[in-house]
Design a binder for this molecule. Structure first.
Ligand code: SF4
Length: 227
């Protein structure tokens, strides 16, 4: 297991303005204050491990003795032998502050900046893996992002990572959600072509969408409409 501590978070005011739909000609000090407030509360850490795939089944893969059930993950790992299960968190303080913030709009802003910070921390981890293991393009999948890989699959994923609570303070609730809430988990894998779960997700309105729904790709993965 490897732990990355104090992951740097670099948020650009213009990108934050765009995400929060703030007027670009507004007071830049307001956006900067929001970024500073969030960054002061963030302690980004990641835990990851390197695993080799032991067995590829029809709709599951066995990694270090744990079966992960997802036909899409299985398909994505077709040409892959080595994967990187991970969990990444911004820590508890941002969660606590979001909960304590009385104004709903301020709460929304802080939460949205937290989502951007999580994404930035994810890019840092990806770059670290690419540099350390001399890898090219990489993609990731997260349990719970698609019905094909349900949230219950957090359990075997966390089993692969050992004691994530002791390492970086992340634990699973009985319903397999992560605490602190501003955390992400999943598997990074080498990929010739970038893959985003969003390409297979038909959800109409989603602020977190990273790529448009791709009907042809969904057909290729055997996803039926409405699935
Ligand atoms: S579109 Fe939204 S809900 Fe669907 S996979 Fe992407 S981020 Fe998740």
């Amino acid at each position: 297991m490897t732990v990355l501590n104090s992951i740097p978070i670099d948020l650009q005011p213009t990108a934050v303005c765009k995400t929060l739909r703030l007027p670009p000609d507004g007071d830049p000090a307001v956006v900067q204050r929001l970024i500073d407030t969030a960054c002061e509360l963030i302690d980004a850490q990641a835990l990851y491990t390197t695993c080799f795939i032991e067995e590829k089944q029809a709709a599951a893969v066995k990694i270090s003795g744990k079966l992960l059930h997802s036909s899409i993950l299985r398909k994505n790992l077709d040409p892959v032998e080595r994967v990187f299960p991970f969990v990444l968190t911004l820590g508890r303080r941002l969660d606590d502050q979001i909960r304590k913030t009385p104004d709903l709009l301020d709460q929304y802003y802080l939460d949205a900046v937290g989502v951007m910070a999580l994404e930035a921390a994810g890019h840092h981890l990806k770059k670290h893996l690419q540099d350390r293991f001399a890898l090219g393009k990489m993609s990731f999948m997260a349990p719970g992002s698609l019905p094909d890989w349900p949230i219950e699959e957090q359990k075997p994923l966390f089993d692969l990572l050992g004691d994530a609570k002791a390492a970086i303070g992340v634990r699973l609730t009985d319903s397999f959600l992560m605490l602190p809430a501003k955390s992400i988990s999943g598997i990074y894998f080498p990929a010739e072509v970038s893959f985003y779960s969003c390409q297979l997700c038909p959800r109409k309105r989603c602020e977190g969408r990273k790529a448009p729904f791709d009907e042809k790709l969904a057909q290729k993965y055997g996803i039926k409409p409405g699935q």
